[in-house]
Design a protein around this ligand. Structure first.
Ligand SMILES: CC(C)(COP(=O)(O)OP(=O)(O)OC[C@H]1O[C@@H](n2cnc3c(N)ncnc32)[C@H](O)[C@@H]1OP(=O)(O)O)[C@@H](O)C(=O)NCCC(=O)NCCS
Length: 169
């Protein structure tokens, strides 16, 4: 297991091909995918996402979406991470948790550590984030991480709010 970073309560590790079922379970709750407009996550789709999107990002850019676990119990609670978006030449912050773990500050804790890792260890200059205009929980996480609101946009046919944060080092 490759652990990338740790926080007070959590550790984030690289996904492997063996994690497809975890992604299926996570995405099986309609509330979790409410604002995301993704195709249904079957096991085959999850395997494809791991093989073609998540794992190549680790090899190509040394970052990606990472599995989040609770220290002590090792429970998988979702993911958080950075993703290079080629079309926009941007680094995107993202996260997704099982609903029974919302409201405990885990997303903010993981996202803050992820941003610090991107700036301090990977020397990124700028990190972006987007959230559906009605996704208040996600917008709150983004703002609590210190990103600045830029503007609204339509991305993949969805109305989103766009945010950015610059590396001050
Ligand atoms: C976005 C998500 C990760 C946030 O998880 P979380 O556990 O609620 O996050 P945190 O506890 O760290 O912080 C969320 C903040 O938003 C607030 N919040 C949560 N739900 C809210 C809602 N429906 N309306 C307003 N505020 C809300 C919380 O109170 C908290 O703020 P506070 O610390 O000031 O009280 C979670 O809702 C999720 O997984 N959603 C589905 C996937 C998703 O939308 N991902 C983001 C895509 S852009």
């Amino acid at each position: 297991m490759k652990i990338v970073l740790e926080t007070q309560r959590l550790y984030l590790r690289e996904f492997t091909l063996a994690d497809a079922q975890l992604l299926v379970d996570l995405n099986s709750n309609p509330e979790v995918v409410k604002y995301l407009h993704e195709p249904d996550t079957t096991l085959a789709v999850a395997q494809q996402v791991l093989e073609q999107i998540i794992l190549p990002q680790y090899a190509l850019y040394n970052h990606g979406r990472w599995a989040i676990h609770i220290k002590g119990t090792d429970e998988f609670i979702g993911w958080c991470g950075l993703k290079y978006v080629k079309e926009r030449n941007e680094i995107d912050l993202g996260y997704r948790l099982f609903q029974h773990h919302w409201g405990k500050g885990y997303a903010t804790e993981a996202a803050k550590a992820t941003i610090a890792y991107g700036f301090d260890a990977l020397h990124m200059q700028r990190i972006m984030a987007m959230a559906h205009i009605e996704n208040t929980a996600s917008q709150n996480v983004i703002l609590k991480c210190g990103l600045q609101y830029l503007h609204e946009a339509i991305v993949d046919n969805c109305p989103v709010k766009v945010y950015e944060l610059f590396n001050k080092a």
